[in-house]
Design a protein around this ligand. Structure first.
Ligand code: SP5
Ligand code: ZN
Length: 350
C-alpha cells in the first residue's frame, strides 16, 4: 500500500489544552504520527512517498481565502502581540468568540480573529501549525490524485493535524485544513463524478458535513458519538440529511456512549448500504481511531481486532479508497490499531 507522508506533519506541537478548566498535556501530539510511521515501516508492504508542493488554488476552493491567509499569518501576529522569546511564545487560543447576532465582519485584532475563525478553545495554534497542516493537506491531495488517476486503488495519507472538524472558514477540534474535503475536491477535479466520504472517527465530522451539505456530488456519511452528549455537540444529528441539491447526500448515524462492536457493526452496515447505493467513483475514509476502548477522549469500546473487522467491511465495497488519518489518542496502541485496520482494508479490497 502506498503511504503519502511528509515528516513536516510532526512539527506542530501544542504545549497543552484545556480540559474542565485546567491545562493538560495536548492530546493531539506528534508522537501519534511517529508511532504509526514506525509501525508501518517495521514491516513489508507499505511504500512511503512525499507529496509535491501544496496546490494553493485547490485549498482556496474548499476553504475561504481570508481564512487561509489567517492560518498563514496567525502565528506571526500572535507572537508580535503577546511577545515571548524564541521558542517561548505561548500557544495561540481564542478566548472571545463571535456572538451569533454580531455582524459577520472579519475583524483585525488578533484576539478577535482567533475567536472569529475558531469554534473552540481546545485547538492551540503553534509556530508550526501551518507547516504541518499544509503538509497534511498536500498529502491528502496527492493521495487523491493517485486514486482518481487510476495509479493506485488504496492509498493512506498520513495526515496530522487531523482535518474533519475544519469547516470552510473555521478551525477547531485540533483541525485546520479539511484533508478529506480537499481530497474529495481533488478527485472531482480530476475525473470522479461522485465521491463518498465515510467518517468513522469517534467525533462527528462537522467540517466535512458543512462543506458539502448542499452538494449532490459528495455523499458524506458519519458514524459517531451522539452530539447530544459528545463534542462537537452542534452538528451530527440524524435529521441532518443535506440541503438543496445536497438533500439526501448527508447521512448521520449517531451512537450512544459505551457503544461496542456489535452495535457499531449495524451502523456500519447502514453506512455501507448508503455508499453502495450512491455508487461513488472514489471513497475517502476519514479514519479516526478514537473509537478504541482505551482512548482518553472516547466512550466507545472497540478493540484492536475490531479495526480489522472495520477495515475488512469497508474493503468489501470494492471502491478505490483513500484513507486520511483523523483522531486517535491512545498513542501506545495507535500503531497496532492503524496497522490492523489498513491491512484488513487491503485484504478485503483485494
Ligand atoms: C480529530 C478529533 O478527534 N478531534 C477531537 C477534538 C475533541 N476536542 C474536545 C475534547 C472534549 C473532551 N471531552 C472529555 C472527555 C474525557 N473523558
Ligand atoms: Zn475524534
Amino acid at each position: 500500500m502506498r503511504v503519502i507522508y511528509d515528516p513536516a506533519v510532526l512539527k506542530h506541537t501544542a504545549r497543552g489544552e484545556l480540559k474542565h478548566g485546567r491545562i493538560i498535556p495536548a492530546r493531539e501530539r506528534p508522537e501519534r504520527a511517529q508511532m504509526i510511521v514506525e509501525r508501518l515501516q517495521s514491516i513489508e508492504g507499505f511504500d512511503f512517498s512525499m507529496p509535491p508542493n501544496l496546490d494553493m488554488d485547490l485549498i482556496r476552493i474548499v476553504h475561504d481565502a481570508d481564512y487561509v491567509a489567517f492560518l498563514q499569518s496567525v502565528w506571526t501576529d500572535w507572537r508580535n502581540t503577546v511577545g515571548g522569546d524564541d521558542g517561548d511564545t505561548p500557544d495561540a487560543l481564542p478566548l472571545t468568540f463571535m456572538a451569533r447576532s454580531f455582524p459577520n465582519q472579519p475583524p483585525s485584532a488578533i484576539a478577535a480573529k482567533l475567536g472569529y475563525y475558531g469554534f473552540d478553545a481546545g485547538t492551540p495554534i503553534t509556530e508550526h501549525t501551518w507547516t504541518s497542516a499544509s503538509a497534511a493537506a498536500a498529502s491528502a491531495i496527492e493521495a487523491a490524485r493517485l486514486i482518481a488517476g487510476g495509479t493506485e486503488r488504496l492509498v493512506f495519507a498520513l495526515t496530522r493535524p487531523p482535518g474533519h472538524h475544519a469547516a470552510h472558514d473555521q478551525f477547531g477540534g485540533y483541525c485546520f485544513l479539511n484533508n478529506a474535503a480537499l481530497a474529495a475536491q481533488t478527485a472531482l477535479n480530476a475525473s470522479a463524478e461522485r465521491v463518498a466520504i465515510l467518517d468513522v472517527d469517534y467525533h462527528h465530522g462537522n467540517g466535512s458535513q458543512s462543506i458539502f451539505y448542499e452538494r449532490a456530488d459528495v455523499l458524506v456519511v458519519n458514524i459517531h458519538a451522539d452530539p447530544s452528549f459528545e463534542y462537537p455537540f452542534f452538528l451530527g444529528h440524524a435529521d441532518e440529511t443535506g440541503r438543496g441539491a445536497g438533500e439526501g447526500a448527508n447521512v448521520n448515524l449517531p451512537l450512544p456512549a459505551g457503544t461496542e462492536w456489535p452495535h457499531y457493526r449495524r451502523a456500519l452496515d447502514s453506512a455501507l448500504a448508503a455508499i453502495t447505493k450512491f455508487s461513488p467513483d472514489v471513497l475517502i475514509l476519514s479514519w479516526g481511531f478514537d473509537t478504541f476502548i482505551e482512548d482518553p477522549l472516547s466512550t466507545f469500546k472497540l478493540y484492536t481486532d475490531d479495526f480489522s473487522r472495520l477495515g475488512e467491511a469497508i474493503g468489501g465495497l470494492r471502491v478505490p479508497t483513500l484513507i486520511v488519518l483523523e483522531g486517535g489518542y491512545a498513542v501506545d496502541a495507535l500503531g497496532a490499531n492503524v496497522l490492523n485496520g489498513l491491512s484488513a482494508l487491503a485484504n478485503g479490497a483485494g
